[in-house]
Design a binder for this molecule. Structure first.
Ligand code: SAH
Length: 371
């Protein structure tokens, strides 16, 4: 998949520090704003060039989604190499691309130290949603999730998260002829377990690429400190909670995080979040046949959510190899669960799985080529 142009670009090898890969050069992609403009301005001034070139570089990085300085054709060729020696554009390479019959496109990206993460482009009539990864692997071991089964590899840097967006945006523009309208942090990893990098990436998507904060959703298993941190931020990013079980025992069985942040404390944090933000929360609830689809649980969920403005996305379980004994709830069980919530005044929708034929659906993302 490497093109001669990619190969000509000098990549910066990553170093590993405590499960976090570092990059020796400042990574422009994750640092939009005044500081970067000043620094770029200085870079050009010191080389006898006008400072407006800083603005030209910014345009290439955040408007035109350039992945190499060689693309920046209005910057003098002699300056592109020194730029590449001073800054990284966080090159990530597609290792594998899969296209679903329903239009979903999954990419497996190879990062600079060889780690791999996946992202998924999901087109619908009104939206083009990008689902991106926040960690290589995941430590949380939710029982129904393929990524969790493979364990944690390392944190992504902010720029590595944004690079998935940049590459996907190029594909969206070139192949689909439309921009990405929404981003969801629902790929591999737990975003709130990589909080600094995720917040850096949120800001870069918002301030660099100009994506509206309301079009970006962070999805979490329920890490309370991260939820409260997001609550304190000024931008109205959306928050989704992966709930999957409304009672302690069942949730503990499905999601080990319940031990650390049990439901009562979690919902207290969500209430706090809502009092700060005054925004509707989404819950994700994966329906697994005979495991968490009893109508009594719809009632328990409604009790739990009492007083919160929320919406529940019901996701039929997507089968994964590590859990052959589990299957999606039947359409009638899903219908009963949905009606049970509605009867209690809890808005909900059943989500159609996308990209199932290419293992791109929720919970199916994993290091597919290594397993
Ligand atoms: N760690 C974050 C984001 C990644 S998972 C979180 O848990 O929210 C994105 C969504 O897919 C979560 O709601 C997750 O619970 C759900 N999911 C995981 N495995 C699934 C599966 N096999 N079938 C359906 N949904 C699944």
């Amino acid at each position: 998949m490497r093109t001669p142009e990619d190969m000509a670009f000098s990549t910066t090898p990553a170093r590993r520090e405590g499960g976090r890969a570092t990059c020796d050069l400042p990574e422009l992609l994750a640092e939009p704003g005044e500081d970067t403009r000043q620094r770029l301005g200085r870079f050009f001034r010191e080389r006898g060039e006008p400072e407006y070139r800083a603005g030209q570089v910014e345009k290439w990085v955040w408007e035109r989604a350039a992945r190499s300085f060689d693309e920046m054709t209005n910057i003098p060729a002699a300056l592109r190499e020194p730029l590449a020696e001073a800054y990284s554009l966080t090159p990530i390479e597609p290792d594998y691309v899969a296209r679903s019959r329903d239009g979903t496109i999954k990419h497996l990206w190879r990062l600079d130290d060889g780690e791999r993460v996946e992202s998924v482009l999901i087109p619908t009539r009104d939206r083009l949603t990008l689902c991106l990864s926040s960690q290589a692997g995941c430590a949380l071991a939710c029982r129904f999730c393929a990524t969790g089964y493979f364990g944690f590899r390392r944190q992504l840097r902010a720029a590595e998260i944004v690079a998935q967006y940049r590459e996907s945006l190029r594909v969206a523009r070139e192949e689909l002829g439309r921009p990405i309208s929404n981003v969801v942090y629902m790929g591999m990893g737990e975003p709130l377990a990589n909080l600094d990098a995720v917040i850096g990436s949120l800001r870069a998507l918002h301030e660099g690429f100009g994506l509206g904060a309301r079009r970006i959703t962070v999805s979490t298993v329920g890490l309370i400190p991260g939820i409260l941190e997001l609550a304190r931020r000024p931008e109205p990013f959306e928050l989704a909670l992966s709930l999957h079980a409304p009672t302690h025992d069942l949730r503990l069985e499905l999601m080990p995080i319940e031990k650390r942040y049990p439901l009562p404390e979690l919902f207290e944090a969500l209430r706090k979040y809502q009092s700060y933000k005054n925004r509707r929360l989404s819950f994700e609830y994966t329906l697994i046949r005979g495991v968490n689809d009893d109508p009594a649980l719809a009632d328990a969920l409604a009790d739990l959510a009492e007083g919160l403005i929320c919406f529940v996305n019901l996701i039929p379980f997507n089968s994964i190899p590590s859990r052959p004994e589990w299957s999606p709830s039947s359409p009638s069980a899903i219908e009963r669960f949905s009606a049970g919530l509605a009867a209690r005044g809890v808005g909900n929708a059943v989500r159609r799985p996308r990209g199932r034929d290419i293992a791109a659906a929720c919970g199916q993302l994993r290091l597919s080529r290594e397993s």
